[in-house]
Design a protein around this ligand. Sequence first.
Ligand SMILES: NC(=O)c1ccc[n+]([C@@H]2O[C@H](COP(=O)([O-])OP(=O)(O)OC[C@H]3O[C@@H](n4cnc5c(N)ncnc54)[C@H](OP(=O)(O)O)[C@@H]3O)[C@@H](O)[C@H]2O)c1
Length: 242
Amino acid sequence: MAISTAIILGVGPEDGLGAALCKRFALLGKHILVAGRTKSKLDKVVSNIEANAGKATAFVTDSTCETQIKNLFDAANKIGPVDVAIYNVGNNFPGRIVGMDAEYFEAAWKACCFGGFLFGREAIRRMQSNNAGTILYTGASASLRGRAGFSAFNASKTALRTLAQAMAKEVGPEGIHVGHVVIDGLINGEKAHANYSDYAEQLGDEGMISIEGIVDAYEYLYKQPKTAWTFEVDVRTANENW
Ligand SMILES: NC(=O)c1ccc[n+]([C@@H]2O[C@H](COP(=O)([O-])OP(=O)(O)OC[C@H]3O[C@@H](n4cnc5c(N)ncnc54)[C@H](OP(=O)(O)O)[C@@H]3O)[C@@H](O)[C@H]2O)c1
């Protein structure tokens, strides 16, 4: 029988959430389609998985391009049935409304929401024939509330969450589990230390969310039986003021 595949779209640095999701689902015996925009980053993740006797293929994909998303799913299906599809794309898009270009707002929506629609639609099309599969979306604090200076990101992440909820209701009866993970705080990874070093230092390890802890939430959702599905899990540190 062909090995089943897991597609993880939105993979960046080795010490990042996308990469950690790839490594975890490889340990669960899936062939991983390691997908994102930057080939050098994807290759590093593939090498790491292969060094641990796992199976993985890098696939350069921009989540806002319909053709590229279709090609990604076709490539996965050639290896084996798509069992897991995770949409992890969602770089922050900060900026105040009054000075914001229309194109910037649209780019945020395309990456954080529209890409999630293309991705989910292609996943459903592949999973329907098996009446099984798990589609998971990565959310943020922005998925639940608006904040000054982050309108483009807030609006797009909130829309993604609602899309995921509608999708969960539409395809649940067909055996496809759709879930959403709200990451409420800064992830303790390469990006925090590179882009927000002062803030990361101020928070310390206790004040940032551990990547492995977040990945546990995805594995939990994936392993749930059809008789006890969760749509959403939120993850934050004990110190978070929420
Ligand atoms: N970082 C945090 O503290 C934090 C907090 C809360 C929620 N989140 C959420 O967690 C998820 C992961 O975010 P992360 O920033 O920490 O990064 P990550 O998981 O380490 O990597 C995500 C990668 O997605 C890629 N990407 C961006 N736009 C893309 C597109 N249009 N098509 C394909 N790939 C694309 C980027 O690749 P390139 O490197 O090539 O640009 C980025 O490195 C996001 O959904 C984010 O909203 C993050």
